[in-house]
Design a protein around this ligand. Sequence first.
Ligand SMILES: NC(=O)C1=CN([C@@H]2O[C@H](COP(=O)(O)OP(=O)(O)OC[C@H]3O[C@@H](n4cnc5c(N)ncnc54)[C@H](O)[C@@H]3O)[C@@H](O)[C@H]2O)C=CC1
Ligand SMILES: O=C(O)[C@H]1O[C@H](OP(=O)(O)OP(=O)(O)OC[C@H]2O[C@@H](n3ccc(=O)[nH]c3=O)[C@H](O)[C@@H]2O)[C@H](O)[C@@H](O)[C@@H]1O
Length: 429
Amino acid sequence: MEVAVVGTGYVGLTTAVSFALHGHRVTGVDVDAAKINRLKQKICPIYEPGLEEALARAIDSGALRFAASLKEGARDADVLFICVGTPEAADGSADLSYLFAAVDDIRALQADVPKQRTVVIKSTVPVGTADRVAALLAACGGIHVASNPEFLREGSALQDALSPSRIVIGADADEAFAVLKRLYEGVKAPRVFTTRADAELIKYASNAFLATKISFMNELARLCAVLGTDVQTVARGMGLDSRIGPEFLQAGLGFGGSCFPKDTIALLQLAKQHGVSLSILEKVRDLNATQPDWFIARLRDRLGTLHGKRIAVLGLAFKPNTDDIREAPSLKVLNVLLREGAAVSAYDPVASPAVARLFPQVTYASDPYAALQAADAAVLVTEWKQCVDLDWQQVKAVMNAPVLFDGRNAWPADALSKAGFVYVGVGRS
Ligand SMILES: NC(=O)C1=CN([C@@H]2O[C@H](COP(=O)(O)OP(=O)(O)OC[C@H]3O[C@@H](n4cnc5c(N)ncnc54)[C@H](O)[C@@H]3O)[C@@H](O)[C@H]2O)C=CC1
Ligand SMILES: O=C(O)[C@H]1O[C@H](OP(=O)(O)OP(=O)(O)OC[C@H]2O[C@@H](n3ccc(=O)[nH]c3=O)[C@H](O)[C@@H]2O)[C@H](O)[C@@H](O)[C@@H]1O
């Protein structure tokens, strides 16, 4: 089948590569000409483990190519996946302008080269969007519209796309279901066939529920900090109940990234537009917004003041194994530290250049020990392996004071306390 993928960001590029590896002929299309040029040279524009090698393999096999426009590279496409961004608009709802621009391009393509096609929305969009797109494309004739939300995680995007937890397909015509069934033939995963609206809501509900688990644990961690109980042990004990499950019970500095924050807010906005209050989710959002402040307040208490203190921040990306800093907790942490007059040195294996554009006043180190040099305290913000597996003797030797604030509960608390460090985790005894 001829597949076009519109938008070659985290989701689009991963989708294009994974369909190509599954034997389809794929064209990735993006309005960003520089990105397309790099992709044609097999250069992956994002940091995503395994993706660059797979990209090269897919291009070399002849299954994957790239084009700067649909008319240039996707005239024969039977299936067009829309994978453009749907960022947060000023009122919190999803900004659909990129999506509708892509729909306009598809309409123009269809007018030029009329053909039976299936347009599949993979971008995360509010309930009713696929119906709106179907109405817009109805006049072209020959086009079915389906919803096929994506559940991949950054840092393991390719692996998640090749072996997804489930494939959700929403459509209103047998032909569209048949096309997507063929396309995903050979991918082992449970299928959910439903309406477009259900598919759209499954995506938001999944992200909102995972975000709720995290905020629940973060709030519980605040109680643990007062009671002297250990949220890690509590989470382990809870997670052994298969009805709860062990995942997403990790307390920390709150959830970041390009999706949980914007998707929880977009779902709240959607509900509000329909006169429904999602009060649990409102609390999830509010708690998440204050979690870095809550933790840094403990650091301030410990040091007396942040003013004039030298603080090492380890990890800047919103999670390990990605260069993505969208809504990263590190940005909130840096904001507070700098606002209160601390001198900050930071380390991240890949995300420093992006953060440096926002915070030029921070010193960016090329390894964790350089960041820790003469520090009055260290804060672990992202649990990169390089920031977790440290030589603690060396850490102690280079720091001004052995004060460790573990924002991810990833450092060995007991061993560090025994070794004479002051260790403070998120809700750990
Ligand atoms: N990043 C992630 O882990 C996940 C994201 N999603 C959803 O997938 C969608 C895409 O997210 P990302 O890949 O992170 O976005 P991104 O920002 O990394 O990539 C979007 C790409 O679309 C391109 N684009 C914009 N308008 C275009 C147009 N008219 N024609 C062609 N290309 C166009 C941009 O130049 C950019 O390269 C969003 O709706 C997001 O919520 C869903 C699951 C996971
Ligand atoms: O819609 C999306 O974009 C994606 O959003 C998340 O994926 P992602 O944002 O890449 O990363 P996660 O691993 O889910 O982590 C999100 C944030 O939550 C935090 N987190 C995660 C798990 C946990 O137990 N505790 C916790 O604080 C992470 O540190 C990170 O800041 C979902 O896991 C994906 O299924 C979904 O497709």
